[in-house]
Ligand binder design. Structure first.
Ligand code: PLP
Length: 213
């Protein structure tokens, strides 16, 4: 078991003082490791893979708030809509429509974030600014999804100024499209830069759980 308890408690203290919500990213981590963190008071957990999330959701405490943060395929939406707390990774209007459709079947509202592509790498998912504006406009008429805010991932680089620029760009988009509640940006390596730029929700895995194998 490799939950870094002192590291976790320090991060929680730091984030609480700044009113930033911690999503503990538990992908590839065991149920025991998640349970250990849950016992310390952690309620928000983030997962990237649908099947892994379904298994964990079935076996772990039912009051955990599960966040979906990985790339989501339309045909898998129906499996997570019944219980998901927040989907961070909505990267197309088509996906938003599918979440709306599956939520309507259950007569529930699903909370989502729109993922914006802010990194220089092509490999990362997300909308550009124009697609974002269109999705916000068209999404307003979907009754069974609630767009809570924006999510982004900065470039994987040691260039702090580059990362800062990307976070500040997303933060400007977030300000521009108020009212929104959640700006999800920042991971283990860059969460302080993200908070300085205005993030109010960070997704941290390896700092808490140790490196993933
Ligand atoms: C894996 C992952 C994280 C956490 O990464 P760490 O570097 O381990 O903190 C955060 N956000 C997303 C979207 C991820 O896929």
């Amino acid at each position: 078991m490799s939950v870094h308890e002192p590291a976790y408690l320090n991060i929680v203290k730091e984030l609480n003082s700044k009113k930033v919500t911690l999503v503990a990213v538990s992908k590839k981590k065991s149920e025991e490791e998640i349970r250990a963190l849950y016992e310390l008071g952690q309620k928000h957990f983030g997962e990237n893979y649908v099947q892994e999330l379904l298994t964990k959701h079935a076996r772990l405490p039912q009051d955990i708030h599960w966040h979906f943060i990985g790339h989501l395929q339309s045909n898998k939406v129906k499996y997570i809509v019944p219980f998901i707390h927040l989907i961070h990774s909505v990267d197309s209007f088509k996906l938003l429509q599918e979440i709306n459709k599956q939520s309507e079947k259950l007569q529930k509202t699903t909370q989502v974030l729109l993922q914006v592509h802010i990194a220089t790498e092509e490999t990362k998912f997300g909308m550009d600014e124009r697609e974002l504006e269109q999705a916000l406009a068209d999404g307003a008429s979907l009754r069974y999804v609630k767009i809570m805010g924006l999510m982004g991932m900065a470039s994987f680089t040691n260039d702090q100024e580059q990362v800062r620029k990307e976070f500040e760009y997303l933060s400007r988009l977030y300000q521009k499209h108020q009212p929104l509640d959640i700006l999800s940006m920042g991971m283990s390596g860059d969460y302080r830069l993200a908070i300085e730029a205005g993030s109010n929700m960070v997704r941290i895995g390896s700092l808490i759980f140790g490196e993933r194998s």
